[in-house]
Design a protein around this ligand. Structure first.
Ligand SMILES: *[C@@H]1O[C@H](CO)[C@@H](O)[C@H](O)[C@H]1NC(C)=O
Ligand SMILES: *[C@@H]1O[C@H](CO)[C@@H](O)[C@H](O)[C@H]1NC(C)=O
Ligand SMILES: *[C@@H]1O[C@H](CO)[C@@H](O)[C@H](O)[C@H]1NC(C)=O
Ligand SMILES: CC(=O)N[C@H]1CO[C@H](CO)[C@@H](O)[C@@H]1O
Length: 497
């Protein structure tokens, strides 16, 4: 990062200024036309003014299509009149479309050997190619509960596809091949899958393959120019499964981690300021065309989950005793496998509220299952960190309860029963509006989980850059004036002791 300039972050504001300017200009011209028209003057308007205007061709070609959507350019002989096709103002729609191009994060991706990524999916490399050809076949990620942590797969696919010609053109990140031009350096190690698949030691080996891969990764990264020039601070490393990257994280911590939570990390290794929290991929089916309502969802409160021996287990057990007499509460233990997923889908789709109680980690995929089911989440997890909370106000569609309160007799059930039809319906509507933020898909779509994560990364990178630039102010008076020597430890600017 030391040598990077930061053009793309300028783009964010430049883009939105441009959008604002274009829309304002357009509205201005529009109102001007209406004034002319109402004073009987459309014939004063030169046809060429409209059709040849640069502004209009920009609008025509840009991310919003004013004419095609709401307006028709009527060219009656020798006069042109813009007529609003629909009565509603186009403003909101156009602003939303303008957002489309708000950030373009430039990402350099290491060409790691396939054993770090697609070979873990049993993909077989052809020739020298490190990457699958997505235009012929997209390797599948293993199903079941593996999928919860599959963000490594979706982000990598998105980067690989970012260089294809894409008529929808809605990318948030684009792969660049010159690392000096990149905003961040992406490390395509499928660490969650590596943990899930290769944690067992196979004799006669002493170490499992997951550990060996991590050692290899550390050796690789720490010898790269890209790593050396930023000490890894602009590197993106995915470790979504709470147990993934257990060994390497202690050596790679200057990087930006993409995580499910901070449950198993010391504060100096991972923290909210430096890292990015990503959602789990929900395992419950989406509730498409959800026409249920408050009364149709007959279960008041739904919970299905495992019992843990640690803290989370205690809370779950206590809550079970507090709630077991309530007739409209579904509270059972047992993890969701196979047919369980079908049952849980049914249960969550027919419940008003869904409980999320901290387990052995602060986060769980249950929250994202609840969102996909439009079942208002009730979160009892004091340490939980939520994805994109800088842009999303979870209190609009979730109920948060402190653990200490939840364990008071009748507290939780009274709170839940006090939420009436109107308030619940508002939260349910909001859930339907925001659910797409949590969808992982290929190709990625505007503001889905993949693009939201890239945007969250972009927000981190700009602050890292600012701090690095600031730290260079007096670099000439530092020893030897050498830039590499003034890289300060992360803890200096993350406020840790
Ligand atoms: C429109 O203008 C063109 C020349 O600019 C002229 O030849 C044509 O007759 C005009 N048509 C009408 C309907 O006035
Ligand atoms: C990479 O980008 C840097 C900065 O823009 C430039 O100086 C360098 O020549 C580029 N390298 C290659 C191989 O194109
Ligand atoms: C949802 O509704 C749309 C339009 O009414 C319909 O075309 C579609 O098939 C429905 N999907 C499902 C899964 O019911
Ligand atoms: C990217 C894009 O849509 N470009 C179009 C801009 O408009 C000209 C003329 O209308 C087209 O030829 C381009 O294809």
């Amino acid at each position: 990062m030391a040598d990077r300039n930061a053009p793309s972050f300028g783009l964010i504001s430049r883009n939105s200024k441009f959008c604002l300017f274009s829309i304002t200009s357009f509205l201005f011209i529009l109102s001007w036309l209406f004034v002319l028209r109402s004073t009987g003057g459309p014939h004063f308007i030169d046809h060429s003014l409209l059709t040849n205007s640069k502004l209009f061709s920009v609008i025509d070609n840009g991310s919003y299509e004013l004419q095609n959507q709401n307006f028709i350019l009527h060219s009656s002989p020798n006069q042109s009149v813009l007529v609003n096709d629909e009565e509603e103002a186009p403003r909101e729609k156009d602003l939303a479309k303008c957002n489309l191009n708000k950030i373009m994060l430039k990402v350099f991706m290491y060409d790691l050997p396939p054993e770090f990524h697609f070979k873990l999916l049993d993909w077989k490399p052809e020739g020298d190619s490190v990457w699958p050809n997505l235009q012929t076949k997209i390797p599948d990620y293993p199903g079941g509960l593996n999928l919860q942590h599959s963000i490594e797969y979706w982000l990598t696919l998105d980067l690989l596809a970012s260089t294809f010609h894409d008529p929808t053109g809605a990318h948030s990140a684009i792969r660049v091949y010159n690392s000096s031009e990149a905003d961040v350096i992406f490390v395509p190690f499928f660490s969650s899958l590596s943990y899930n698949r290769y944690s067992k030691v196979v004799s006669p080996q002493k170490k499992n393959r997951n550990m060996l891969l991590q050692e290899k990764l550390v050796r690789f990264l720490t010898t790269q120019e890209e790593w050396k020039r930023s000490k890894g601070r602009d590197h993106i490393i995915m470790a979504h499964h709470p147990n993934s990257l257990l060994d390497a994280r202690m050596k790679l911590w200057p990087a930006i981690f993409i995580l499910a939570d901070f449950g198993r990390y010391p504060l100096n290794i991972a923290n909210v300021e430096k890292d990015v929290i990503a959602p789990y991929k929900h395992v419950i089916k989406n509730f498409i065309n959800d026409s249920s309502n408050f009364d149709a969802r007959t279960t008041l409160l739904y919970f299905q989950g495992a019992i843990y021996r640690k803290d989370g287990g205690f809370i779950r057990q206590e809550l079970f005793y507090l709630l077991k007499e309530e007739k409209d509460v579904h509270f059972t233990f047992g993890s969701v496998h196979g047919d369980g997923i079908k049952q849980a889908s049914k249960g969550m789709h027919s419940s008003k509220f869904c409980l999320n109680i901290a387990g052995d980690t602060p986060s769980s995929n249950r929250l994202f299952d609840a969102i996909a089911s439009h079942c208002v989440p009730v979160i009892i997890s004091d340490e939980i960190e939520l994805p994109y909370e800088d842009v999303l106000d979870y209190s609009e569609f979730c109920i948060f309860v402190r653990t200490s309160d939840a364990l008071k007799d009748k507290f939780l059930i009274r709170l839940i029963r006090s939420i009436g039809k109107e308030e619940w319906t508002r939260m349910w509507e909001r859930l339907k509006e925001i659910e797409h933020f949590f969808e992982f898909q290929y190709p990625s779509q505007e503001d889905d989980a993949v693009q939201m994560i890239w945007q969250a990364v972009a927000h981190k990178v700009s602050s890292v850059k600012m701090k690095l630039h600031k730290s260079r102010r007096f670099s000439r008076s530092e020893v030897g004036g050498e830039r590499g020597s003034i890289l300060i430890p992360w803890s200096k600017f993350s406020g840790e002791k």
